[in-house]
Design a protein around this ligand. Structure first.
Ligand code: EPU
Length: 434
């Protein structure tokens, strides 16, 4: 088991380059299955969720070649299996994108139900609603989802909740279906648009991605393409908060400032200075941090994936802040860990009350999910003394070389290995799936 040891209290300064977006890459890699020719995908982040996606593609028979420089060439024409077994699927929530991609290409799919998850109930009813609307039948048994269709036909799909995963899966299943599919109440996240752009680059006919109505006219053939994944909005936001928490001054490069608007606006309210350029932003703090309230919401609202990081910053601000989590019911599990570092946070259902104390103290803590882990890193960087973070495999699922990037900005953070007993039992409990 690896852990991070952080000696806090150092300002972050300098420049950092943001990697490709996890939540775009984990959909685009399975989407290559839909192509009739090889594709080259650039700006793929080096994270364990991507490694799992690549492993699944290889296990299905795809020919995958790493070309260096975060670029993969994937030939899906050699795929001869339509199954993603439990052992690989349980490691990553996003394995459900193989359902839509396999169904769209081969009219059948067999994928293990995504495994145990630490964010609360994570149903897939809306994914199944989309697949059945297009003509597929499903069967759930022995922890596997089986999908089968004689043919896929375009249809109207209205989602009861705004869901990123089901919107992407509906797009994957619809691009090769016969006729027109209209997805209503669609999610609008940047990675939805990125997936649509990738599919369009292969010859798909999609309009409206990024709005709540997406129209897809099915095509018979998708050709190969070279595509570059967008920069990671949440990695960028995490660095913005880390800079603010250490009262630093950093130029964050390879970002799309428009994707960061809701984060930028909140940080400015807290007293953080932000200057936007074409594809970079400068973040710095030269005054006090002040309280604010945050409510998470689907894009373009404030992202749930930034909730724990901004909460950590608000423990360092003056005054009482209120955080309302509207997406995941168990996204305050990091609060107990922050309390160990001196934070004063009270949680009542989906609302957390933060009494800003202006400081945190180092302590041994445990990452309970990916973004909780990011929050603890931020806390450790800002705290006085030493913070040890266990279970960092959660962090490595979604952040590309986090400690290396932080070290280059002046942080005192190192990764050390300790005996593996605890992490093994965590993995056996499926705790890595987010
Ligand atoms: N929902 C349903 N039924 C469904 C699907 C979703 O009721 O069939 C509900 C969920 O329970 C939740 C809400 O809809 O309350 C939104 O869920 P969504 O489907 O949007 O989430 P997801 O696709 O499973 C993705 C990201 C998450 C991120 C959420 C929200 C990936 C691989 N994961 O999850 O990212 O929090 O969207 O933006 O894209 C992370 O990166 O740390 C992470 C957890």
């Amino acid at each position: 088991m690896d852990k991070f040891i952080i000696k806090g209290g150092r300002r972050l300064t300098g420049e950092v380059v943001i990697s490709g977006a996890k939540n775009a890459a984990v959909a685009i890699l399975p989407a290559v299955i839909l192509s009739d020719e090889p594709c080259t995908i650039e700006n793929v982040p080096s994270i364990s969720d991507v490694n799992i996606s690549i492993r699944i593609l290889k296990e299905m028979g795809a020919t995958v070649e790493y070309l260096g420089n975060n670029t993969y060439r994937i030939d899906p024409t050699t795929i001869d299996k339509c199954c993603v077994p439990y052992e690989t699927a349980r490691k990553m929530r996003a394995s459900y994108y193989f359902l839509g991609a396999l169904l769209g290409k081969f009219k059948k799919a067999r994928v293990s139900m995504p495994g145990g998850c630490p964010l609360g109930d994570r149903p897939i009813d809306q994914h199944l609603k989309a697949f059945t609307a297009l003509g597929a039948e499903y069967n759930l048994s022995q922890g596997m989802v089986d999908l089968k269709a004689d043919k896929l036909e375009g249809n109207q799909i209205f989602f009861d909740v705004v869901t990123v995963g089901a919107t992407m899966n509906a797009m994957l299943a619809a691009v090769r279906a016969e006729g027109l599919t209209v997805i209503e109440n669609a999610a609008k996240e940047p990675h939805i648009v990125d997936l649509a752009n990738f599919l369009s680059a292969m010859g798909a006919n999609i309009i409206g991605a990024g709005t709540d109505v997406i129209k897809i006219k099915g095509v018979k053939y998708l050709h190969g393409t070279t595509y570059s994944v967008i920069p990671d909005q949440i990695e960028a936001g995490t660095f913005m908060v880390a800079v603010a928490a250490t009262k630093g001054d950093v130029l964050i490069k390879n970002v799309i400032p428009k994707h960061l608007e809701s984060i930028t606006k909140k940080l400015e309210k807290i007293g953080v200075n932000i200057q936007q350029f074409d594809d970079s932003i400068r973040v710095w703090v030269d005054g006090p941090l002040v309280k604010t309230n945050v409510k998470t919401a689907p894009h373009p609202g404030f992202p749930t994936d930034m909730q724990s990081q901004i909460a950590t910053l608000l423990t360092l601000a003056e005054g009482t802040s209120i955080i309302t989590e509207n997406i995941w019911e168990q996204r305050f599990r990091y609060v107990d860990e922050l309390r160990r570092m001196g934070a004063d946070i009270t949680v009542n259902g989906k609302v957390a009350l933060i009494e800003g104390k202006g400081k945190l103290m180092g302590a041994p803590v445990k990452a309970c999910d990916l973004r909780a882990g990011a929050a603890l890193i931020i806390a450790g960087l800002a705290a006085s003394g030493v913070t040890e973070i266990e279970d960092i495999f959660h962090i490595e699922r979604g952040y590309d070389c986090m400690e290396g990037k932080l070290r280059a900005l002046g942080a005192d953070i190192e990764k050390v290995s300790v005996p593996d007993t605890q992490s093994k039992s965590d993995k056996e409990n499926g705790r890595e799936a987010v």
